[in-house]
Design a protein around this ligand. Structure first.
Ligand code: PLP
Ligand code: TYF
Length: 394
């Protein structure tokens, strides 16, 4: 049986990890996979998370199963974090999932169950896993224009024109904040225009929010998601705790389905639980427990917010420094978008040849589309990157 299998295409982001690891040069710089690193290159366990873990070690009395949806308290604290008071709790169905990826995967499955002919509109570009999961599930993906190569910003007119070609019942996948891989984001008035367009055409929004707190602040980064959920008849949300709680390997996420019609909630909740059961029965508990403990304890929550804010400001300052260096070295403002982008990523707009030259000649690793992870830099390596970009012809 196994000999009928053929090799699957590698994940280009994850493949970079191995290349970087095997590079013997001690000056190498890793700007690849989207994992936060501090100035020492360490992905820290956040203080509040560590403390919650300590407390839980003492408090935990059993490891018996919980329920198909995970702990309802986790859903409550996360719904509160993402949606605040944008909608009423009885409009919301939610289940814990293994990471944001698990939520994305099951959101697509739910779409397919509810409407097998729905297409999913995705930004060009988007996180590669969106496309590969849709393909795996045999759900048609249609790209809409998003990134404007010329300005490093959003091609909003192109986006609206392409979404106007969607049909009632199609789904529009939007990144709630900190767009991956470009770093370019809609303004709130643009979000409002997209909401109006979706509502006028009967399109269903799906928001993937994986970097809440990494852009402009915890509430600011959720503002678009809240606007969508409170304005559209139905909204799907895939939320990840990997980045903002730094618990990547714990696999912690939440799939949310919001409906303005509360009578739909029980059936939707049942279908989300059904999907958990088909895929893995019970979602993992440990990461979601830590998130629940942090968010429901005033002191832990305050400490988490403080550390997250420091993380966010650190990345912003690296952006500003990089934009400044590039302005000086290029004697132009053509990289000014680096300071405007938000989140971990910026797409620099370099050709694949230049990206390859940076790897081969300078030991600087970025994704082939010239996406950099800003958190892979520090104050000392920013000038090194800027000089290399200009020398390599960027
Ligand atoms: N969605 C986007 C856009 C992402 O960048 C990520 C990556 O980390 C995820 C979802 C899900 O991440 P995880 O499954 O690690 O929570
Ligand atoms: O885009 C990134 O780098 C992160 C991490 O299959 C990631 O979202 C990358 C690839 C992948 C899962 C997560």
């Amino acid at each position: 049986m196994f000999n009928t299998l053929t090799q699957q295409p590698a994940d280009k982001i994850l493949a970079l990890l191995a290349l970087y690891r095997d590079d013997p040069r001690d000056t190498k710089i890793d700007l690849g996979v989207g994992v936060y690193k501090n100035a020492e290159g360490v992905t820290p366990i956040m203080r509040a998370v560590k403390e919650a873990e300590r407390r839980w070690w003492d408090a935990e009395e059993t490891k018996a199963y919980i329920g198909l949806a995970g702990d309802p308290q986790f859903s409550d604290v996360m719904i509160n974090l993402v949606l605040a008071d944008a909608v009423k709790r009885n409009q919301v169905a939610a289940v814990a999932t293994p990471g944001g990826t698990g939520a994305v995967r099951q959101a697509f499955e739910l779409i397919k169950m509810a409407n097998p002919s729905a297409r999913v509109f995705v930004s060009n570009p988007t996180w590669p896993n969106h496309l590969s999961i849709l393909k795996h599930l045999n759900v048609e993906a249609v790209t809409y224009r998003y990134f404007d190569e010329a300005t490093g910003g959003v091609d909003f007119d192109g986006m609206v024109e392409d979404l106007s070609g969607a049909q009632a019942g199609d789904v529009v996948l939007l990144h709630g904040c900190c767009h991956n891989p470009t770093g370019a984001n809609l303004t709130l008035p643009q979000w409002q225009a997209v909401v109006d367009l979706m509502n006028s055409k009967g399109l269903i929004p799906m928001v993937d929010i994986a970097y809440q707190g990494f852009g402009d602040g915890v509430d600011e980064d959720a503002a678009a998601t809240r606007l969508v959920a409170s304005s559209c008849p139905e909204t799907l949300i895939a939320a990840s705790c990997s980045k903002n709680f730094g618990i990547y390997r714990e696999r912690t996420g939440l799939l949310v389905a919001v409906s303005q019609d509360a009578s739909a909630q029980a059936t939707t909740q049942g279908n989300l639980a059904y999907l958990n059961r088909q895929n893995y029965s019970f979602p993992p508990d440990h990461g979601s427990r830590l998130v629940t403990l942090v968010l429901s304890d005033d002191a832990l929550r305050a400490d988490w917010l403080e550390e997250l804010e420091a993380t966010r400001l650190g990345m912003l300052s690296l952006r500003q420094q990089l934009a400044n260096e590039l302005r000086t070295l290029s004697n132009s403002d053509r990289f000014g978008f680096v300071a405007q982008h938000r989140g971990m990523f910026s797409r620099l707009g370099l050709s694949p040849e230049i990206v390859e030259r940076l790897r081969a000649d300078y030991a600087i690793y970025m994704v082939g589309d010239s996406r950099i992870n800003v958190a892979g830099l520090n104050a000392q390596t920013v000038p090194v990157l800027a000089r290399a970009i200009i020398e390599a012809g960027g």
